[in-house]
Design a protein around this ligand. Structure first.
Ligand SMILES: Nc1ncnc2c1ncn2[C@@H]1O[C@H](COP(=O)(O)OP(=O)(O)OP(=O)(O)O)[C@@H](O)[C@H]1O
Length: 231
């Protein structure tokens, strides 16, 4: 499903004309199979977000290939990448990134509105999604009227409403207490089992990584595969 081969990336840092090239990813290769939960574990600055940004097509690598659902991401232009993201990916972030002026229902509904899905279908799909993520009773609450765990559930609902095959998660439990973290990790496992959604989770937290089927460890831009865990 995701096949990354020999990815290299550098950033130019410092004043213009006097930049230094800093290697951030070095020969990174990894595979994610359909229906897997894979964690990419590494300390701050090890290159995890850069890798995720490349997989998402937000940046282009210096060299290497990224095949997702049998399509080469690196050879797509910006419009093609944007369409590819809409059709294949959902995103969740540590900071939830919900729209503060929209209710839980409306936040989950937003991607369907943008896609021009008709109101009757939107209503049915959002209700179904809110049931799946356990939020029906707070559908009229605004983000600031929800707990951190509930806000992350809304963002998971919003990420999945367009039926992506892959969910890219950047520290999805990074701002939650440990009990709520467990709830969200269980929800991820449930959605993975129920719908076969593939999850790529980047984290610095060993606990989080342990809930994945497989984990890779990043260190100074290089990657190694770690132990297999049965969740
Ligand atoms: N736009 C950029 N320009 C220059 N250097 C960058 C840029 N983005 C990231 N870096 C550098 O690349 C390295 C890897 O950063 P990256 O954000 O990928 O790491 P990370 O493992 O995701 O860290 P964190 O867990 O703190 O988010 C760091 O040394 C960082 O300073």
């Amino acid at each position: 499903m995701i096949a990354i081969h020999q990815l290299n990336h550098t950033f130019a840092i410092g004043k213009k004309g006097n930049e230094k090239k800093v290697p951030v990813l070095r020969n990174v290769s990894l595979d994610v199979a359909e229906g897997e939960i894979v964690a990419i574990l590494g300390k701050s600055g090890s290159g995890k977000s850069t890798l995720l940004n490349l997989v998402a097509g937000f940046m282009s690598p210096d060299s290497g290939t990224i095949q997702v659902n049998r399509q080469e991401i690196t050879s797509k232009n910006e419009t093609e990448k944007s369409n590819f993201r809409l059709q294949n990916y959902g995103f969740i972030f540590q900071s939830f990134q919900l729209m503060p002026g929209l209710t839980a229902f409306e936040n989950v509904e937003l991607p369907l509105k943008l896609q021009g899905v008709k109101k009757v279908e939107r209503q049915a799909r959002v209700k179904e999604m809110l049931t799946q993520v356990g939020l029906l009773e707070v559908e009229d609450h605004y983000p600031n009227e929800l707990s951190g765990g509930q806000q992350q559930r809304v963002s998971i609902g919003r990420a999945l409403i367009g039926k992506p095959s892959i969910l890219l998660a950047d520290e999805p439990t990074g701002s939650l207490d440990s009990e709520t973290e467990q709830e969200i990790l269980q929800l991820i496992q449930l959605l993975n089992e129920r719908f076969g959604i593939t999850f790529v989770i980047i984290t610095h937290d060993e606990e989080v990584a342990r809930t994945a089927h497989r984990q890779y460890r990043m260190h100074d831009g290089a990657i190694t595969e770690e132990a297999h865990y049965v969740s």
